[in-house]
Ligand binder design. Structure first.
Ligand code: SAH
Length: 397
């Protein structure tokens, strides 16, 4: 079957020549379709420049981002293509020491644009792969992606679970249901991260079930926690809390507005045989307002305040308010771990926002560490927008 072809307006091929993985609708001159029909949402489509030179193949969508590119080569998008992409992503995780690691058996296998497949996230949880499709084009290829995972992992793969209902909800009126698409045994429901145990619940949990992107930063919290009183806000399943207690924290308090999250923290604390922990189901700002804050270490890891460019201004106000409150209240000599996972707020903007909060707090503050996302959440060098997780460790006098 011939693919439909998008012909670009002259001069609009530059970003694709630089391998940026998105084609914006404004670059399109016309669409050639033998049948005369317009491409459907998710349809595989070819892009050529104004002189008919091949540029890329990707998934069409009737939106500002008109095509998400999955290949810059003139090649068939068949089973071998998908298997090769999954294998390449696997090889990177192997070289990071994640695939056969007795201390860590949960990691991100496929990180969308960062691994050359916009719209596809796959997390590997101790034998079970969770697929999260963020585009209809990827969702339509889910059988090939599932086969690719079986080809790459072989007998070691216990199950594949499709967790795309939430991520696709706004893109299609068709019903997308979460559920297992492959099973070859009973899944392990406990995973290891740097020898810490965590309950895994991809069915009821947020996103794919666990926030793998804080792995390296959790290791760092351990270094700052010995003998300290630690507050972990926006704690979700309590990753930072477990690491801090294992490292000998005097006491850890975990705060999340979701009761389900708090239940997960309590389970994970128990699972690791830890004590000296209290959890609070509360809004973080309310908690900071209503309680006497005498913590040595505070972690602020809010959800993405800006999901798009339009929400940026309000997001910045939100980050400033939250950080100001923590900076004003933390004990002298205290350590603040502060994060933003909003893609629309870049590293510089986040830094400047923290500077603004610091000025208003009026305290002497040192920047000790600049934090980021770990290597299994790679950034495609031609897609700087993919660097989404930013963090700072601050010493507050
Ligand atoms: N730090 C976590 C991940 C945080 S995800 C980890 O290491 O796993 C963000 C969390 O913030 C979610 O669990 C969500 O329930 C919680 N949340 C969202 N809004 C909140 C608010 N206003 N106050 C407290 N928690 C909130």
């Amino acid at each position: 079957m011939e693919l439909k072809t998008i012909v670009l307006t002259k001069g609009k091929e530059k970003s694709l020549e630089r391998k940026h993985p998105w084609l914006f609708s404004g670059a399109i001159n016309r669409i050639i379709s033998d049948s005369g029909e317009a491409p459907f949402n998710g349809e595989l489509i070819e892009i050529v420049d104004s002189k008919n030179n091949f540029l890329a193949t990707g998934h069409f969508s009737d939106a500002t981002i008109a095509v998400r590119i999955i290949s810059f080569k003139q090649e068939k998008i068949n089973q071998a293509f998908w298997t090769n992409k999954v294998q390449m992503a696997y090889n990177v995780r192997e070289s990071l020491g994640l695939t056969n690691n007795p201390s860590t058996n949960i990691y991100r296998l496929m990180h969308a644009e960062g691994d050359g497949l916009p719209g596809l996230v796959i997390d590997y949880y101790n034998g079970t792969a969770i697929i999260q499709a963020h585009s209809i084009g990827i969702y339509n290829a889910i059988d090939e992606i599932s086969k690719a995972l079986q080809n790459v992992y072989g007998e070691d793969l216990i199950a594949i679970y499709n967790k795309s209902a939430e991520s696709l909800a706004k893109q299609t009126s068709e019903e997308v249901e979460n559920g297992y698409i492959y099973q070859n045994g009973d899944s392990n429901l406990v995973g290891l991260e740097n020898d810490n145990q965590f309950n895994l619940d991809w069915i009821n949990g947020q996103k794919t079930g666990f926030f793998l992107d804080q792995r390296e930063n959790r290791k760092l919290i351990a270094e700052y926690s010995k003998g300290k009183k630690v507050l972990n806000t926006f704690c979700y399943s309590g990753g930072f809390s477990v690491y801090a207690l294992k490292a000998g924290a005097k006491e850890v308090h975990s705060v999340d507005s979701s009761q389900k999250a708090i239940d997960l923290v309590d389970e994970n604390i128990k699972l690791n045989g830890l004590k000296k922990h209290k959890s609070f189901t509360s809004d973080t700002l309310d908690y900071l307002k209503e309680n006497k804050i005498d913590y040595d270490v505070i972690i602020l890891d809010p959800p993405a305040y800006a999901k798009n460019q339009k929400a940026k201004h309000n997001a910045i106000q939100g980050y400033k308010r939250l950080n100001l409150m923590a900076l004003k209240q933390i004990k002298p000599g205290g350590i603040l771990f502060t994060f933003s996972c909003s893609q629309a707020v870049n590293r510089k903007l986040f830094y400047d926002t923290i500077v603004a909060a610091a000025i208003e707090a009026g305290r002497n503050i040192r920047v000790l560490n600049h934090l980021s996302q770990p290597a299994d959440h790679p950034v495609n060098i031609y897609h700087p927008e993919g660097e989404y997780l930013k963090g700072l460790v601050l010493h507050v006098e």
